[in-house]
Write a protein that binds this ligand. Sequence first.
Ligand code: ADP
Ligand code: MG
Length: 248
Amino acid sequence: MIKILDGQQIHKSFHIDKEKIKILREVSITIYEGEFISIMGPSGSGKSTLLYVLSGMDSFDSGEIIFNNQRLTACGEKELADIRRQQMGFVFQQPAFLKNVTIMDNIVLPAMRDNRKKVKALTTKAQQLLESTGIGQLASRMTNQVSGGQLQRAGICRALINEPKIIFGDEPTGALNSKTAEEIMDHFLQINQEGTTIMLVTHDPKVAAKSERVLFMKDGEIVDELWLGKLLQQRGMENRIEKVTRKM
Ligand code: ADP
Ligand code: MG
């Protein structure tokens, strides 16, 4: 198995007034290429912070992060921004889109930064991605003319346009009804089956049950781990996840 992301002994604190609050306490995590991993845990346990630190979005106090053979701690700001833009994809609970711009442009414009001369190729690619998420007919709509679920599909297309090595999702299904959440989740599964590594923060056992491995966080630490294996959507997994969650 090839390591795609390796975080070792990560510490992070926030200073609030004169108090130092530990948010991540010696967190170590290794993610292998092609894995689909979920992070669960109570609100405030540090899930989002871990995701932001691992993806180079947020700083940390000590520890080491190696992504795709690159030491993130050794990267300058520009280099880090390039890695994030070219090799990582991000999907958030409420995707931020440019207003008064079409769905298509929202996907193509950010990607043009790395592919200035390839507008046509990018547009074709974006259209294919939109078709595959079932919203091919919405390419020329403005972002305020589509539903939340459709916008999240567009968010996934935007995350995929640069063919990232890994997709990070922070509660990407959190704002959606359960049917739409399931469809979005099935889409993540499809992307994963095509080879992209996925790391999702979720509070939904149903979502986590579809992943390969579930990590449980509490008070800034990884306190438990469940390997569900490649046989996805196995029966009973949701119950196992709920059991661990109850114990925490
Ligand atoms: P989760 O995603 O599991 O709900 P977070 O990673 O968002 O948790 O937050 C973990 C802890 O860090 C929380 O107690 C939160 O209040 C605190 N925290 C997060 N961001 C900041 C910040 N910018 N400044 C101070 N404290 C923060
Ligand atoms: Mg969070």
